[in-house]
Design a protein around this ligand. Structure first.
Ligand SMILES: Cc1cc2nc3c(=O)[nH]c(=O)nc-3n(C[C@H](O)[C@H](O)[C@H](O)COP(=O)(O)OP(=O)(O)OC[C@H]3O[C@@H](n4cnc5c(N)ncnc54)[C@H](O)[C@@H]3O)c2cc1C
Length: 398
């Protein structure tokens, strides 16, 4: 693997860096420098404004084909974009569940008509997608889900019943991609179908609720006999085949845990901020013994930086293997374990470094609160360890 960037790649990096510097400043000033969390109603609207700025410059989905709003950039260029994005302090992508989770699955399983309709509208943030998988009694054990879609041939569509929960930004989204039981009496992962559902159907109720950090980023979605017509989405509302929803969903989880959801640029930028914070404080400490730093912190900062760098290098290898036609599969569980635990470690080290000042620094304190959820979302880390043990290491099931 050649780790040097080509001239074209370096030119792309310079172009992205310059654009982000100008446009992020313009966006912040459009909102009087008061940018709120994208997991609040007002903040979500600010972030949509940013998403449309990205789209207009064809930076919303750089690696997608041009016909869908992208630049046909390589996976490596996408990694460069992500590095620059987080280096510049770019905001959370409120479109992420669409562009990073659903889109790779649409590219793999969608018909040309579905792709032509769904992808450009997703890229431009016209349609906003949320993930409707978890239910009150189906989280880690997703195959126990009970949301039903009953076939109604007379009307040409599906009748939806049941409840989804933990739907990130569901209250602000227009569409949901979800798993429904379409074969009456089926069990576990059989008889499920992956459906694409507009949320404005009669019989769908979306109720936002707050997270522990105070933001209202979650929603419960209730389906009470909602009728989903086959033509509610041009090209059809079923992604993949009826009854094959589980295998389609596994492609989405591979994106969620593996390559697309959490690019290393996010963590290398956090590690760099941690190093800067340590440098700043150790300078302060040397001039004032009352602020002496725990010597163990230095090792933790270095360790955190190295682990972020290791993730960057590992991702370059994953991208190379992917380009050679060797997709990550179950090994994406290792990747998820790595980035989620890394994020917690980086933030905990920062909080220990900052001491009481951390309370005043919302980037670190809020970042830490969110990092704590990393070992839960995208499949808990206990489940990832089970998958890695059974499917990668070939250990017996307990
Ligand atoms: C920030 C955040 C965003 C989320 N966004 C979405 C979203 O947009 N859409 C969506 O559908 N869901 C979303 N979720 C839900 C998430 O997928 C679930 O929380 C997760 O799958 C765990 O399910 P659960 O909460 O029901 O916990 P449970 O499955 O009840 O697990 C409880 C505990 O038991 C452990 N456990 C369970 N089974 C086993 C086992 N077999 N072996 C070992 N340990 C086990 C778990 O690891 C966990 O520690 C989100 C969650 C978070 C935190």
């Amino acid at each position: 693997m050649d780790l040097t960037w080509s001239d074209d790649e370096q030119a792309f990096r310079a172009e992205v860096r310059a654009w982000l510097e100008t446009e992020l400043a313009a966006w912040r000033s459009r909102h009087d420098g008061r940018i709120l969390s994208g997991d609040t109603k007002e903040g979500f609207a600010q972030h949509l404004d940013w998403e449309r700025t990205l789209f207009d410059a064809r930076y919303a989905v750089v690696s997608w084909p041009e016909e869908f709003g992208g630049r046909a950039a390589s996976r490596w260029e996408w990694l460069i974009f992500e590095e620059e994005y987080y280096r510049a302090g770019g905001p959370q992508r409120v479109t992420q569940n669409g562009i990073f989770l659903l889109a790779p699955t649409i590219f793999e399983f969608g018909t040309p008509e579905q792709q032509a309709h769904i992808l450009p509208r997703m890229a431009s943030a016209e349609d906003l997608w949320c993930q409707g998988w978890s239910e009150p009694n189906a989280g880690s054990d997703l195959a126990s889900l009970t949301c039903r879609a009953s076939r109604d041939d007379d009307r040409g569509g599906w009748v939806l019943d049941g409840q989804k929960t933990w739907t990130t930004r569901g209250a602000f989204c227009t569409h949901l991609f979800g798993l429904f039981r379409t074969e009456p009496g089926s069990e576990r992962h059989r008889g499920l179908t992956y459906l694409l559902v507009p949320l404005d159907l009669e019989g769908v109720t979306v109720r936002g609720f707050g997270r522990l950090d105070g933001d209202e980023g979650f929603a419960e979605v209730f389906f009470d006999g909602a009728f989903l017509s086959d033509d509610a989405i041009p090209g059809g509302v079923v992604l993949g085949e009826v009854g094959q929803g589980w295998s389609v969903a596994m492609a989405t989880t591979s994106s969620e845990r593996g390559l697309t959801l959490r690019a290393p640029g996010r963590f290398t930028a956090t590690a760099d901020r941690l190093v800067d914070a340590y440098r700043e404080r150790s300078g302060r400490a040397s001039g004032d013994s009352a602020h002496g730093l725990d010597p163990g912190l230095r090792d933790r900062v270095v360790q955190g930086w190295m682990e972020a760098e290791a993730y960057r290098l590992q991702t370059l290898q994953t991208v190379t293997e992917d380009a050679e036609g060797r997709p990550a599969g179950a090994t994406s569980s290792f990747v998820k374990l790595w980035w989620s635990e890394l994020d917690v470690n980086l933030h905990e080290t920062a909080l220990d470094l900052l001491g009481a000042e951390a309370e005043l620094d919302s980037q670190w304190s809020k970042g830490w609160q969110f990092a704590l959820s990393g070992p839960i979302y995208a499949g808990t880390n206990e489940i990832q360890r089970n998958i890695a043990a059974e499917r990668v290491l070939g250990l017996p099931r307990k």
